[in-house]
Design a protein around this ligand. Structure first.
Ligand SMILES: [Zn+2]
Length: 438
């Protein structure tokens, strides 16, 4: 982050803090006010209850109708109508009762009005935050966009496909189907969306279940791939059994037998590798009478352990099946966000020096973007002669002597078909160099 961005963040944060403080104040006030209103209301209900009793008693004894109403007290509240329409003097509320009712309603109205005004004010402040963000940050990224790329039908379809796959991975098949229908994707592409993501969608479903503390599907899956997981030194199968075991122990004394049988059945094959850990787990029975939550074992069932377990599962399962745990769309969006500030800067420089043309028409960015290691999926090759990264247009070529240089360098160095390797230097036929892939 450069200095400007730090200032921008600080400035937005300041406004945000102000709104949060206001919100907290409002919350505090509102709670107090609502408490007041509630106690006023309960007082009112009490008064009305008493009044109703009196009226009912009088009604049943005198059988007075409720026709002619001449009530000087104008109270705008439906609740009292029944009470107020009772005509004769003895059935009326006492003056004191009327006073309490009127006061209560007046106070309630006042306070509700006040709360609503305060709430409206706060709404104004919150919507201002959006404007502060717009003012402090660049909101217009169109200058770094290659809109022309999406004018091409095929590219647009690829983008739609990436979005559909993203939904499909997360089990949102319906959303993916709607998108496929609305963008008129071909049958073939649509089929590919579902076929390619099916495996991940299953894994994702299990991942969600682990977080909900449901282990059955995860255990079934890992037992199916048990040998492959062991070969890869994956911890996941043991971790899942360990969690299931602790879960059983946590149910208390009545599950003790089940827990022992579970340990005997499932820990056996891990006995050598996790000898001490298993011994440690078995000691948890000592704490059964007092409950696991009061024992040194309580951390085994903490939420972090479940979250960690779910992520180990996701990582190991994806590795085993050779699929990416991130969708292509999320990788592109995240890498793009990292690249944006640098691109905006370079664009400004290029604009000021009027060399914008350099940006267009090439399939690579004008500058190197330093991405985090998780965004590096394969090695790259820089030509040792031209000192440039190789690309689709200028791919790396392996010479017959085994040295590798870029295609452009190869053409520059060769004389007709004859090429002298710049390193060893074996003379050879330039045509015999083969393209290699990193
Ligand atoms: Zn060579």
């Amino acid at each position: 982050m450069d200095n400007n961005e730090v200032w921008a963040c600080a400035s937005v944060e300041k406004d945000l803090d102000r709104v949060v403080t206001k919100l907290e104040q409002l919350h505090e006030n509102a709670s107090a006010e609502i408490g007041d209103i509630a106690s006023l209301m309960s007082e009112l209900v009490k008064v009305l209850g008493k009044a109703e009793q009196t009226v009912t008693t009088l009604n049943s004894s005198t059988q007075v109708g409720s026709g002619s109403v001449d009530d000087p007290m104008d109270i705008e509240h439906g609740m009292h109508m029944q009470v107020e329409t009772e005509p004769a003097a003895p059935q009326r509320l006492t003056d004191r009762q009327m006073e309490i009712i009127r006061e209560a309603i007046l106070k309630c109205n006042e306070r509700v009005q006040k709360l609503s005004t305060e709430h409206r004010d706060l709404h104004g402040s919150i919507s201002k935050i959006g404007k502060v963000i717009d003012r402090n940050f660049t909101a217009d990224f169109t200058s770094t966009m290659r809109v022309d790329a999406l004018l091409d039908d095929e590219n647009l379809m690829l983008l739609n496909k990436a979005i559909a796959k993203h939904y499909c991975r997360q089990g949102m098949d319906e959303v993916a189907r709607t998108l496929i229908k609305e963008c008129k994707m071909t049958e073939e592409h649509a089929q590919d969306v579902f076929d390619s993501e099916r495996e991940f969608a299953d894994i994702y479903g299990i991942w969600v279940k682990i977080q909900k503390r449901e282990l059955d599907d995860a255990l079934r899956w890992t037992m199916r791939f048990s040998q492959q997981l062991l070969d890869r030194h994956s911890l996941i199968e043991f971790r899942l059994h360990r969690m299931r075991f602790m879960q059983l122990v946590s149910y208390g004394l009545e599950s003790q037998h089940e827990a022992i049988v579970y340990a005997r059945t499932h820990f056996k094959k891990f006995a050598v590798r996790y000898e001490h850990e298993i011994a440690n787990l078995m000691a948890s029975f000592i704490y059964l009478p007092g409950g696991l939550e009061n024992s040194p074992y309580k951390h085994f069932l903490a939420q972090e352990m479940w979250t960690e377990l779910s992520f180990i599962f996701l990582k190991d399962a994806c590795q085993l099946l050779g699929i990416s745990k991130n969708s292509a769309l999320s990788v592109v969006v995240n890498a793009g966000c990292t690249a944006l500030p640098a691109l905006l800067n370079i664009k400004q420089v290029m604009q000021s020096r009027q060399v914008l043309g350099m940006w267009n028409g090439c399939d690579e960015l004008p500058i190197e973007i330093d991405l985090q290691p998780e965004f590096r999926f394969h090695s790259i090759f820089a030509c040792p002669i031209l000192r440039q990264q190789t690309s689709e247009d200028n791919p790396p070529k392996k010479l017959t002597c085994g040295h590798v240089i870029s295609n452009d360098a190869l053409h520059k160095l060769s004389n007709g078909h004859v090429l002298k390797c710049p390193y060893c230097p074996v003379e050879q036929n330039a045509e015999e160099a083969v393209r290699i892939y990193f």
